[in-house]
Structures are given as C-alpha cells and as structure tokens.
Design a binder for this molecule. Structure first.
Ligand SMILES: Cc1cc2nc3c(=O)[nH]c(=O)nc-3n(C[C@H](O)[C@H](O)[C@H](O)COP(=O)(O)OP(=O)(O)OC[C@H]3O[C@@H](n4cnc5c(N)ncnc54)[C@H](O)[C@@H]3O)c2cc1C
Length: 421
C-alpha cells in the first residue's frame, strides 16, 4: 500500500521495513531461529544475502542497519526485470482471472481485504489478534508433580497434563499474576475487545480472586490419582504437537513480560524448572486458521489460485515470514513448471515451521515463532550401555546436525525445482 497508505506500525515508505526491532534474533545455529538463518542462507534467500551485507554488531544476534537493508531490498525488487511494483490498497481479490495470486498482507492486513477474506474462508477462520499461551518443553516438566487426565475422562483419558495447586499455592499465584509487570499496549491495540476465552490471564485474575479458578484453572472433573480428589485449582498442559515434545499452558495467554512469565509461571507445580520454548503474548494480528484452509504449498483448498505467505499464514516474526515467503515462491515456481513439490522435512527448521502452519492435529491454531518444540522429535541416542538422555545443549546440537543432513538431502532431491526459481 505504501507510499499511498501505511499501516499503524509503519513509519517509512521503503519495502521490507522492520517496524520494530532491527534484529533477526539469534544467529547461533544451536538456537532454532539461528538454524533457520543458516538454512535460508544455504537456500540463497535474497533477504538473508542483503541482511548479511548490512549487518551491524549485535553479539550473536543478526541485526541490520534498517535503512540500508530496506533500501537494498527496495533496489533489488525495483530493478528486477520481471517484477512490476504497483502501489495501492487491494480491496478485493479478482478471483475470476486465470492467474495465481499470493496474498502476503501481514498482521495488519487492511480492513477491506480482511472483509473479503472472511467471506472466502468463513468468519471463524480469520482471526484479528492472537492470544498466545506459553509453551514449555516436555522434558522440562517435572512429571512427579503433575498427573495425566482429561476433564471427566473425556476424549483420550490422558490428553492433558495437570498441575494441581492447593489453596495457599493458588492465592500466592493469583497475587503474583496481578502484581506482575506487563507489556504496554501499542496505540492501535487499545480498545481491543477480547473474546471470552481469549482474555489474558492477568485480566481474568484482576477481575476477582476466584476468577481463574472458575476459568482456565477450573479443577472440576480432574481426579488426581494420588489423592483421589480434585485439587483446589489446576493448570492444564496440552500437547502442542503429535509427538508430545512440547506443551502449552491452556488458556494462559498473557502480556506479562518474559522475565515475569519465567518467575510467575515457575510457581506452578511441575514447572519450577520449565524451559520456555515460546512465551505468551497477545497482540493485533490478522491470521488464517491455516491448518483447516491451506495445503502444504499454502494454496487455499477452496480457491487453489489463491495462496498465502508470511505472517498471515500463522508464522510469526521477520525471519519466519521470510522463510514462509521463500517456500511459497519456490513451491509456486515448481508447480508452474509442473514439477513435483516435496515439502521440506519436519527435521529441518524450514520444514518444522511450514508443518506447524498446516498441522491439523492441533485444534486451536495460534501463530508461532520457530522453536525446537515444532521439530520432529529426535531419535533416542544409540550406543553401548544404558541409554543416556541428552542434556539441553546436546539436544540442540543433535537437532542442528540432523537438520543440516536432511536439508542437504532434500535440496538435492528437490534441486530441479529450486534451480527454476
Ligand atoms: C507493532 C509490530 C511490531 C513487531 N515487531 C517485530 C519484531 O520486533 N521482530 C520481529 O521479528 N517481528 C516483529 N513484528 C512482526 C513482523 O512485522 C512480521 O512478522 C513481518 O513483518 C511479517 O511479514 P509479512 O511480509 O508477512 O507482512 P508485512 O511485513 O506486514 O507486510 C505486509 C504488507 O502488506 C501491506 N498491506 C496490508 N493490507 C494490504 C492491502 N489490502 N493491499 C495492499 N497492501 C496491503 C502492508 O502495508 C504491509 O506493507 C512486529 C509486528 C508488529 C505489527
């Protein structure tokens, strides 16, 4: 839309504007996002080539001079012989033309287009803000303190892990939540009316001392096998993926600062040593219920000429959106040449991220940054003698080693399609 119209987050008119931080986060491949950096470089991402050229010192993070970086992207796009840049707000997608359209309008997609997307996908399949609950790694949960059970034994009887609290623990926990420091709302986020069930926990806790106990911490129907009774209050953990390597804290979307989340949520029995793979957040964000709408190449099932890329598909952050754009472009290039498309394996950073977007096994889809909890689980370590569990550092190394191997093999198999990009 720029320069005719800006979103509330934009202050410049060039392309690829970094609207907030100038950091692409950790560049260390033992970090999930750093591993994605490495893969995008290996796949010759233009964004990463230019980011590296305009890098500024930032420890082990990749940070860029935002103006030089944005100007460089702008120059590349405008000089490309087969790209025409047309400024303007798209208020309606033309669906009757035999061309493919990629919609990449981001978290602040304009209202008119969002209205058409609602018509195309259904009201309940397009969200206007995300309400993200924190995710912890399965290994870091103290299983001695939690119990597996579903409410009233429904569904798979042990679908949830439950962290029970007594009255004293609950009272101290509520007090810690209401006094914790939260992130301020952006101007354009003020006035958000939360849907019931999506309120931040601090908003629920502030509405009354028992509110959480009658809300996300409801203990009813959850028999603790060690006592045979219901606890005073319960925090439920639900598997985040089919491999049960990561769990989200059900209903615990929050705007508490990250250090406060570690401190306050560390009071929950079983989570004292929790490793946070993703922190909770609540912000303005337009995104699709992609697992129910899109195929692996990000085509809309009901309108295959329409594809989506970037944050609107449910990835989150500059780097993840870059990765999404790369994949959609390459898959589209392959399909336009009638080449077979093979999605990247879930053992790679790119594959794990793209699978998250279409993983229909997760009922309540929420956008996500990349973290190791989205990767396919590691095999148990092999060797003589009793099997040893890997520590955190060893797990990260094992992820990086496997991802490198699998990305190289996938690239070799998919090389014809990549070359056509
Ligand atoms: C306030 C804020 C702060 C953020 N801070 C960070 C951060 O610090 N680090 C980080 O990694 N990520 C951050 N993000 C997320 C990051 O901005 C996104 O992940 C990323 O920009 C998404 O890329 P995208 O290409 O999908 O969408 P965008 O970068 O949003 O690009 C979409 C473009 O489409 C345009 N557009 C919208 N509607 C229409 C229309 N109808 N017609 C034509 N054009 C349209 C928009 O103007 C925009 O220029 C932040 C987001 C917001 C809103």
């Amino acid at each position: 839309m720029k320069p005719l119209r800006r979103t509330a987050a934009q202050t410049a008119d060039t392309l690829a504007e970094l609207v907030c931080s100038n950091s692409f986060r950790s560049d260390n491949p033992l970090n999930a996002i750093g591993l994605l950096h490495e893969e995008l470089r290996a796949l010759d991402s233009l964004i990463f080539r230019l980011a590296d050229q305009h890098r500024v010192p930032a420890g082990d993070a990749l940070a860029v001079d935002r103006e030089l970086f944005s100007a460089a992207v702008e120059q590349h796009i405008r000089q490309h012989p087969r790209i025409e840049v047309v400024a303007g707000e798209v208020t309606e997608l033309a669906l009757d033309r035999p061309i493919t359209t990629v919609v990449a309008t981001g978290p602040l997609t304009s209202d008119a287009l969002a209205a058409q997307l609602v018509t195309l996908t259904g009201q309940e399949r397009l969200a206007f803000y995300d309400a993200i609950a924190p995710i912890v790694s399965a290994e870091s949960v103290d299983m001695q303190q939690v119990f597996a059970a579903s409410r009233w034994g429904k569904g798979g009887g042990d679908d949830y892990l439950n962290c029970p609290m007594d009255k004293a623990q609950y009272t101290a926990f509520v007090e810690a939540i209401v006094t914790a420091e939260s992130l301020p709302l952006q101007d354009f986020e003020k006035g958000i009316r939360y849907f019931p069930g999506c309120q931040p926990i601090e908003v629920i806790a502030a509405s009354g001392p028992k509110s959480l106990r009658f809300g996300p911490m409801k203990p009813t129907g959850l028999d603790d096998p060690r006592t045979g009774r219901w606890a005073y209050a319960v925090v439920q953990l639900r598997a985040e993926n089919r491999h049960r390597t990561a769990f989200n804290l059900v209903g615990f979307q929050t705007k508490m600062r990250q250090a406060e989340q570690r401190r306050v949520l560390g009071m929950i029995p079983g989570l004292q040593e929790a490793e946070f793979l993703r922190y909770g957040s609540v912000h303005r964000n337009t995104f699709l219920d992609s697992p129910r709408l899109l195929d692996a190449t990000m085509r809309l099932h009901t309108q295959p000429k329409l594809r989506f890329a970037g944050q609107i598909t449910g990835v989150e952050g500059y780097v993840e959106s870059t990765a999404s754009g790369w994949w959609v472009a390459v898959a589209l290039a392959a399909q336009l040449r009638d080449l077979p498309v093979e999605p990247p394996p879930a053992s790679t950073a790119l594959g794990a991220l793209m699978l998250h977007v279409i993983d229909a096994s997760v009922p309540d889809f929420q956008p996500s940054n990349l973290h190791f909890g989205l990767f396919a689980p590691l095999d148990e370590p092999q060797g003589d003698g009793p099997a040893k569990r890997r520590d955190k550092g060893q797990r990260k190394q094992a992820h990086a080693d496997r991802a490198r191997l699998d990305l190289a093999q996938w690239r070799a198999r998919f090389a014809s399609a990549l070359a056509c990009g």
